[in-house]
Design a protein around this ligand. Sequence first.
Ligand code: GDP
Ligand code: MG
Length: 763
Amino acid sequence: MKKFALAGNPNCGKTTLFNSLTGSTAHVGNWPGVTVDKREGVYKKCGEPIAIVDLPGIYSLSPYTPEEVISRNYILDEKPDCIINIIDATNLERNLYLTTQIMEIDVPMVIALNMMDAVEKNGDKIDPEKLEEKMGLPVVAISALKEHGLDELMKRAYEISKEPRTGSTVLDGTQLMHLIRDCKIALDGQKVDNSLFHAIKLAELDEIEVKMHPESARMVEEFKQTFEDDTFGSDFEAIVADSRYKHISKNYSSVVVKNKSNEKEKMSRSDKADRVLTHKIWGIPIFLLILFAVFHLTFSENFLFIGYGLPEGWVSLEGTAAEGLFGESGINSPGVFLQSLLGLGTDSLTDAIRGAMESGGVAEWATGFICDGVLGGLFSVLSFLPQILLLFLFFSILEDSGYMARVAFILDRIFRKFGLSGRAFMPMIMGFGCSVPAMINTRTLADQNERTATLRVIPFFSCGAKLPILTAVSGGILTLANINNADIITYSMYLLGIVVAICAVLLMRNTTMKGEVPPFIMELPAYHAPQFKNLMLHLWDKLKHFIKKAFTIILVSTIAIWFFSHFSWSWGYLPDEEMNNSILANIGQLIQPLFTPVGFGSQLGSFGWVFAVAAITGLIAKENVIATFGTLAACVVSGFVADEALGGVDSIEALIGATGIGISGLIAFIAFNMLTIPCFAAVATAKAESPSKKSFRMTLLFWVVVSYVVSMMIYLIGSWWWTLFIFLALWAGIITIIVLNNLGKIDVKAFFSKLNPKNRKRA
Ligand code: GDP
Ligand code: MG
């Protein structure tokens, strides 16, 4: 099968084109570095099927970060049949810089002039034919987003892929070309492929190249000496880059005719927005406010706080089938409304099935198994799907509009001084979606220590799977505290995750994970209205993923949980009221003391083991925490506490009633699950992305320690407020020691090595 590779600058629309060509749903984001690994799909509308490879974005073929190396190696080693070089036409000159390098490789190439819809909208004009004539390479105007010109692009790419092509260069200047030609002859003698490309990189003394061809590199050095610095200066790389840019502005800038008036207006509009959104002081509060608005829309049961001025129960529709759908004492936000709607459906479905099974004379255990075990667990997770999707819709809008990239920019300004760059915030923010791609995205970080530190805190950015825990448990907290602002609790917990993440990175970057903070030179992507198609793709992706997980991991786990909670060690069936003697209960009771210091261990009454079990099942998939509650709570309700005290069957409320857990214990429970070892998939990714086995082991330990320490602090301070002062003193002490150590006033390392008996003997 023929193979075409998509190469271009970050954020020029490669993935959008890839999706349009292959019908895939890969993640498109309005910031650089979203695609960090190559991805393959198939295009079927040519004479034969063609493999399309989406490469990470690069500005040049002299790479600095691991993801740039992937692109370079792919183009050079895998020898695609054609390279489709995508160019953001709204930014022609900068994008052509890469083009002038790719054209030096002996590979057929075609230029896809993308974003032509945006060029037209701005009122600018670009003449693709003129560009084609000047460059001597095929140029096709397209819009990946609107799917214009794609057939034409593929047709031309297919045609030129039949003929081999020899590289050509735009570089000139007699001395430079002399050197390059000599290098090329030497490399041709060694039968090196792509000799022109390698010769030029050698002339630049590119690091990778020098390692690959040490002999030729020596030749370059000698050659340079014969000319002394008056001809070339000392920095070849700069000379070559300069020569490329000069060529581009001299020859190709006339291809573009800019609409002057529009340009000014557009600049000022974007500038005005940035002046507010990235303001030195207001930038962060505005971000927090926007984030709160998102949570309010998704979780609030008192939308726009309307409920405060109105009589209790005014929209509750008490006694009707739709009770509580629109709210109890305030109006439900869209998220809660959708959740209630789905809940009405799943509840009546469960009731109908239960009724049918009971009247059909099915055995009691079988009814329990289907209705409590399978449906109870599954539906308890499923009920959060509307809110998960809504939250993602909002995050996608913030991302696609270009705002999230600004957030990284604002945070960079504050945290750079402390060893954390804005670049590191991008994978962190991606972690709100799912830790797995976010961890892979850390490849965009050049400093290995910063990469490891970032990887470790990514799970603290609460992902979609943790959302049911947050929402369900905050529901319980609301009942205990007798308030109805779930949005404030979920919002605070998300913020807690962010704060813990930032503190933990800063701690690592100033102790064991020191390193340089590379300059943050990302250009801010243009603001644009979020694309409906992209948003739907994101949501569809999430939905598919969720459904797949629900009917595999979560279903199997709930069945196992029900099974082990209804059988004793002698394999006798236990009815609901004897669940405390089950296999699961015994195991739970065994591990329960581990969680005593963090507030949900042995201090809880009967059924307290459910919390311990839930935390453990969460290690497989975080949705399991709530699925476990869902499966077991129905039994708790029917078995023990079905009496008047807890009329409802709300899973969390039933458990709170049965165990007597308090508010601080519940908050600690959320925090523990948010911060502890993430799900299986994330752990596997962390292992793959870790620099060494030891580093990975430290990562696991790190998660356990952080979750334990933070939830313990929450529990203790929540239960005995004065412990706050003990923790404050402790942290002040730790920070003082770190600062003194970094200033060279004390030497912690020497102190610890003196304590080590091995070293003491030697001394
Ligand atoms: P990549 O980093 O090169 O893979 O770029 P993406 O495919 O992720 O796209 C970056 C941004 O450009 C997204 O916000 C896209 O919606 C937008 N985009 C991509 N192609 C087009 C296009 O043809 N026209 C317009 N107006 N926007 C586009
Ligand atoms: Mg991409």
